[in-house]
Design a binder for this molecule. Structure first.
Ligand code: SF4
Length: 358
């Protein structure tokens, strides 16, 4: 279907169902449209309405706002959040007064040069206040267009954003620009909602590709999660000929804080040579199957190495926060979960692991 049909259907729907009684629509002025657009960023219409009304009462014009102390502007903004918006609003009002004699410019490109006005907000002011054919691409519109055209991918990615902007511009009519901008925002806010879109009532359902796929919720794509870094280490299961295991208590802060664990060794080092150097002659060395333990901010790939020493070690502590313990004792102290699982493998019934060539 052509773009003409998309916007024609949308405008027809707007005439019947669009929102036409919002406070910033009566009257529509560049100043009121601008303030409402800034307030509506990251904020719902219902929340914005009382703030907008109080704001207009106190600052009825761009000159009034430009001349007010910033503290007063921030005071009236209290509760709306994202206070950089209020600071930029004040700065922008002063720029409009200083550079344009208190009259907002009508072109989106010029508006976008002003503090706190991005490309989509500039287009919203140009189209709603000046009836210019400037396409917007706010969160609601991204969702509608991504679904309608089945434009996959996260809109934060340049190529996805470019496709969405192209689509937004392609659908923008040359007439009734104000109504069209309001219509596409209303469609996203009332029908093509984030969850449970009401597709059966949608004026552009006939050629909506996400609807045809039966999967509107897949659009727009979400922000890709950063893969967690992976840390690797040997964990040495050092055992005396009598079966005592060497354990160390971890510092209070950091991972497994205060719990007992096995000595760690850098994977670049040789576990057998390390054991010989620090704990005496070695009888046998076995590598066990590696395991991954995931923390909130990284994965820990554990490579357990079971080393049986040729000499006995006493049960007394050889270092502060370290001890040779028999298996039964070790199971009674606070062990990190993967360490407990590893020590459980030392029970006599447990199958032996593959020999490590060291
Ligand atoms: Fe959104 Fe559904 Fe309309 Fe497609 S048909 S644009 S998914 S409301």
């Amino acid at each position: 279907m052509s773009s003409t049909r998309f916007n024609t259907r949308l405008l027809h729907w707007f005439d019947q169902h669009g929102r036409k009684d919002l406070p910033w629509q009566h009257p529509i002025t560049p100043y009121r449209v601008w303030v409402s657009e800034i307030m509506l960023q990251q904020t719902q219409v219902d929340t914005v309405i009382p703030y907008f009304e109080r704001f207009m009462k106190r600052f009825p014009s761009v000159d009034a706002l430009a001349g007010a102390p910033l503290d007063e502007v921030l005071h009236l903004w209290t509760g709306l959040g994202y206070y950089a918006r209020a600071r930029n609003l004040h700065k922008c009002a002063q720029a409009v007064v200083a550079q344009f004699g208190g009259e907002f410019p009508a072109e989106a490109d010029t508006l976008a040069q002003l503090p706190g006005i991005g490309r989509s907000t500039a287009a919203a002011i140009a189209s709603i206040a000046f009836n210019q054919p400037s396409a917007i691409l706010d969160g609601n519109v991204k969702r509608v267009l991504a679904r309608h055209g089945a434009i996959a991918g996260w809109p934060g990615r340049t190529e996805v954003a470019e496709r969405l902007w192209r689509q937004a511009e392609d659908y923008m009519p040359l007439e009734r620009c104000r109504d069209y901008t309001q219509a596409i925002m209303d469609l996203g806010a009332t029908l093509c909602t984030r969850s449970k879109p009401r597709c059966k009532d949608c004026p552009v359902q006939a050629d909506c590709q996400a609807f045809a796929e039966g999967n509107p919720a897949a659009y727009p794509g979400s922000k890709p999660k950063k893969p967690k870094p992976v840390r690797q280490a040997y964990l040495l299961i050092l055992q005396t000929p009598e079966g005592k295991v060497f354990l160390q208590q971890r510092p209070e802060s950091g991972i497994w804080g205060g719990l007992w664990s096995l000595p760690e060794l850098d994977v670049a080092k040789d576990p057998k040579a390390h054991a010989q150097q620090h704990y005496g002659p070695v009888d046998s060395v076995q590598s066990w199957t590696s395991l991954r333990h995931s923390f909130s901010h990284y994965h820990f790939d554990i490579h357990p190495v079971h080393i049986v020493l040729a000499q006995t070690h006493s049960g007394v502590r050889e270092q502060p926060q370290a001890a040779w313990l028999d298996l039964r004792e070790s199971m009674k102290i606070g062990l990190a979960a993967p360490i407990k699982a590893l020590l459980a493998r030392l029970q006599p019934a447990h199958p032996q692991q593959q020999m490590l060539a060291l």
